[in-house]
Design a protein around this ligand. Structure first.
Ligand SMILES: Nc1ncnc2c1ncn2[C@@H]1O[C@H](COP(=O)(O)OP(=O)(O)OP(=O)(O)O)[C@@H](O)[C@H]1O
Ligand SMILES: [Mg+2]
Length: 263
């Protein structure tokens, strides 16, 4: 990453950091995330495929959104866009007023590391590496000292109910525990937004509800904005809002009238 990019991105994004963490410093009408007319075309020429066909979406701070819709409707494509892993072919993505679509790859990486945590269906943990070390990884990329990494990872593992399991490797943990490690890894950087693409897709019903209760608590207690893709109505029921994708557009977007209340 060049110094000028990193400096420019830091300056542009530090305002966004403060606003993301302190709701009072941002203008009340400015959403955390705003997508306008976002399209995504994969491939070129005769093989080109339009996965997103003009997505409009506003996400407020501390919202909890379930994204649903048929297979191939563009949910993961939209999540990659939201998480700054990819950028729109056309359209606008505003993160606290910053135009993400015009950032360089390096600036997007910076934005991603500062504000986003990711959880995937397949856990994506490093094998033969302890839970503690897996959780420390994002802090290692940030250049944090060993003592800071240890402390933050221990707190994140405690927050997901895995105190005492720090030295176990993924193979020594159940699927539900592995997903908890992945969530600890996602929250260890204190992200503004947690993006979870089918986080319960590989888990049984009981474990799935436990993971949903954990996401629900992180949203309520830490104010983390949670955007979660799921095919299961029982899991979407924990969200406050349900957005449904059909054929590359948002087909419906409505509050969940009766969100599950976790005690
Ligand atoms: N890298 C890629 N190259 C080409 N086409 C792609 C690529 N990624 C996704 N697509 C296509 O874009 C469309 C949307 O894919 P996407 O993964 O966003 O769907 P989804 O809603 O997440 O589906 P699922 O519920 O099965 O995960 C699909 O038709 C898919 O084949
Ligand atoms: Mg998908």
């Amino acid at each position: 990453m060049s110094t000028s990019h990193s400096t420019a991105a830091s300056a542009a994004l530090s305002a966004a950091t403060n606003a993301a963490r302190s709701p009072t410093s941002a203008t009340p009408e400015q959403p955390l995330i705003r997508l306008r007319g976002v399209t995504k075309v994969y491939g070129e020429g005769a093989l080109a495929f339009q996965a997103l066909k003009g997505v409009n979406l506003d996400i407020a701070r501390s919202d909890f959104v379930a994204i649903m819709g048929p297979s191939g409707s563009g949910k993961s494509t939209a999540m990659n866009m939201l998480g700054c892993l990819d950028r729109p072919t056309t359209g606008e993505y505003l993160f606290l007023g910053e135009h993400v679509e015009s950032l360089t790859r390096d600036q997007r990486a910076l934005l991603r590391r500062r504000y986003f945590g990711f959880v995937f269906q397949g856990f994506n943990l490093l094998a033969r590496t302890s839970a503690q070390e897996n959780v420390e990884l994002p802090l290692l990329y940030r250049g944090e000292s060993a003592s800071k990494r240890h402390g933050a990872a221990a707190r994140a593992l405690d927050a997901v109910g895995l105190k005492g399991w720090e030295h176990h490797t993924p193979a020594e943990l159940s699927g539900g525990q592995q997903q908890r490690v992945a969530i600890a890894r996602a929250i260890v950087t204190q992200p503004a937004v947690l993006l979870a693409d089918e986080p319960t897709g590989n888990l049984d019903t009981q474990r799935s509800h436990e993971i949903m209760e954990l996401l629900w608590r992180l949203n309520r207690d830490q104010g983390i904005t949670v955007l979660m893709v799921t095919h299961e109505a029982d899991m979407a029921a924990y969200a406050r809002r349900i957005v449904r994708f059909v054929d590359g557009v948002v087909d419906s977007d409505a509050p969940n009238p009766h969100p599950v209340e976790v005690s």
